[in-house]
Structures are given as C-alpha cells and as structure tokens.
Design a protein around this ligand. Sequence first.
Ligand code: CUA
Length: 187
Amino acid sequence: MTNLDAHQHAEIGERTERRWATVSVIVMIVLASVAAVAGIHQATMPQARVEIIDPTRLHLSGEFVESNLGTAVEPDGAVAVRAIGQQYSFTPSCILVPAATPIMLRATSADVVHGIMIQGTNINTMLVPGYISEQSMRFDKTGDYLMPCQEFCSFGHEGMWGKVRVIDKAEFASRAKNGGRLSCVGE
Ligand code: CUA
C-alpha cells in the first residue's frame, strides 16, 4: 500500500463506497417489494371467515336480541361480550369484563357504520351493518376505559360514547355465577 499515491487511495475509497451504496439500495428495494407484495396479497384476499346478519332483524331473534347483549360466560368457560352500535349509542353502554382474561367481543351495527375503539388499548374495530365484527381483547389493569365511536355516523357522532369497566377476576366470577348477561349500565 505504501507505493500507492493519494489519488489511488481516493479511487479505492470511492469504489468501496459505491459498492456499499449499491448494496444498501438493493436491500431497500427488496424490503419495499416484500412489504408491497404482502400488503397487496392481504388486501386482495377475502377474509378467512365472514359472518353476516340481517341488521333489520337484530332485535327480533338470534344472537343480538336485547336479552343476549352484555357479557356472558359461555358453556366452555370463555368470556364473550355481545354489543350493538346504533345512532347514537352502544348497547350495553357500559361493558363489564374481568381483568387478566381473554375476552371475545362480538358486535354489529343496527343502522350505519360505527366503530368501537377502547382508549388506552389497541382495540379498534368497525361495526358494519350486515356483518358481525369479532375482536379478541384482554385487559391487565382494572378500571374504566372510554369507548368512543370512531367512525363518523352522522350529526350525533360526537355524542356516541360507551365505557368498558374492567373488574377483578374473582369479583367478576362471583357476579357471573348466577348466569345471565352482565353489564355495568346504571352502576
Ligand atoms: Cu357511531 Cu360515530
């Protein structure tokens, strides 16, 4: 290396730099293509499972009749919450769930598109009339969580709020042991 002059040194440096630049551009192109292909694939494939329901008959029969809304302990011990969104409220407006427990939320809309978002969590799903939305959730901390509607559903949208109350697992179990559907409406 000692007999190389400054000019040759600069040339070698430049070549090396160009090579690394090429490598990083290739890495970026590969990553962007992977993300694009995966995203387009996911967006164009139909959902694995779609559940439909007649939004005009929710109150008459089936899973979303009023007496079946709220939190239920299913025969297999799983906790399920069933709820409806309609202009401009959620039913039940206060959802009662146990802490540290896997919970399945099943909800739909009786009229237009609404959204359920639970503040302080990543729980966020759309309620589309005609379809049942399913969302698994789990709360590790007890307390009250606000649940605003997050899809614009006409002029009363800003006033469409619900609440999720997370209580201790043992307390929930004692309230649930008589069966039926639980909620914290009016508490
Ligand atoms: Cu319901 Cu916005």
